[in-house]
Design a binder for this molecule. Structure first.
Ligand code: AMP
Length: 289
């Protein structure tokens, strides 16, 4: 039976609730699964939660718009905050606990002076456009791991660079959780679901479809090589005047660095664009054989 999740906004309260859950599962420690989010939940987030439900006994969804990962002039203030609706949505997929702290709870002394640094890959692509973004993201993920102590932490493939950097942090800093990555959930027309899509007016929304269409076109010609894949994506994206491309790059999934022009084997195409003032990202696997 699905019940409304318990909403907890303090670190002590969350730890006490999880200790209780541990006692109830006497005889074997429960598998705690954490799904970090910034709220304004959509079907993409719910796919992560459904996967978490399959994997664990206790599912914790964090909802926290982390100021550390927003730069000056970015959309921190206007980022959609819809906690009531989020809790209702989470009740439909079976979540035990929603951890929804304030910034004061997470950063009682102001922004933490200690940061996790994301390294070289953290300065590329999204990191080039949003300096400090990935340091802020990894810092809050590290904090959430220490607060929740999950066995599994779930992320979406939508944020491919984030997945790569979290995997790297887990390995480099010997964090205990294993990562589970869930495929991108898309609208029928192909546009990847994003909390920021609600900022798009109708014609921007239609134009934004060029990103996923470009990725699909690239994937379909990937057998002809990197240049053919890039050309196919550019042909569709560049034809849309409302879509201002920031980067379109093909990376090696092992290193997340751009592939050589003669690269063979698995790769991933990453794309980012501004549609109006809304920044959208998307990506797709390419089989460059
Ligand atoms: P956010 O609230 O945007 O920080 O996203 C929280 C988590 O949901 C991240 O792991 C995202 O990658 C994931 N996510 C967001 N949109 C999608 C989507 N369309 N498909 C799959 N995962 C997603």
């Amino acid at each position: 039976m699905l019940t409304t999740p318990e909403v907890i906004d303090t670190i002590g309260g969350l730890r006490a609730r999880l200790a209780e859950a541990g006692e109830r599962h006497a005889g074997g420690s429960p598998c705690v699964v954490l799904v970090p989010t910034m709220g304004a939940l959509h079907a993409g987030h719910l796919a992560l939660v459904r996967r978490a439900r399959e994997l664990g006994d206790t599912v914790v969804v964090s909802i926290f718009v982390n100021p550390l990962q927003f730069g000056a002039g970015e959309d921190l203030a206007s980022y959609p905050r819809t906690l009531g609706a989020d809790v209702v949505a989470l009740a439909t997929v079976g979540v035990d606990v929603v951890f929804a702290p304030t910034s004061r709870i997470m950063y009682p002394h102001g922004p933490s002076s200690t940061r996790v640094t994301a390294g070289n890959v953290g300065t590329l692509y999204e990191g080039a456009a949003r300096p400090g973004h990935f340091d802020g993201m990894l810092t809050v993920v590290g904090k959430l791991i220490n607060i929740v102590d999950p066995d599994v932490i779930v992320f979406g493939q939508k944020d491919a660079q984030q997945v790569f950097l979290v995997e790297t942090m887990l390995a480099d800093l010997d964090f205990r959780p294993v990562i589970e990555v869930v495929p991108i959930v898309r609208e029928e027309g192909g546009l990847a679901l994003s909390s920021r899509n609600r900022n798009l007016v109708e014609e921007q929304h239609a134009a934004a479809g060029a990103l996923s269409a470009g990725l699909a076109a690239a994937a379909s010609v990937a057998g002809r090589g990197v240049a053919a894949a890039q050309q196919a994506a550019h042909a569709l994206i560049d034809a849309q005047p409302l879509v201002k491309l920031d980067y379109l790059v093909v990376v090696d999934p092992q290193t997340f660095l751009p592939v050589a022009t003669d690269h063979h084997g698995p790769a991933r195409m990453l794309v980012a664009a501004l549609v109006g003032s809304t920044r959208l990202i998307d990506n797709a696997a390419l089989d460059l054989n």
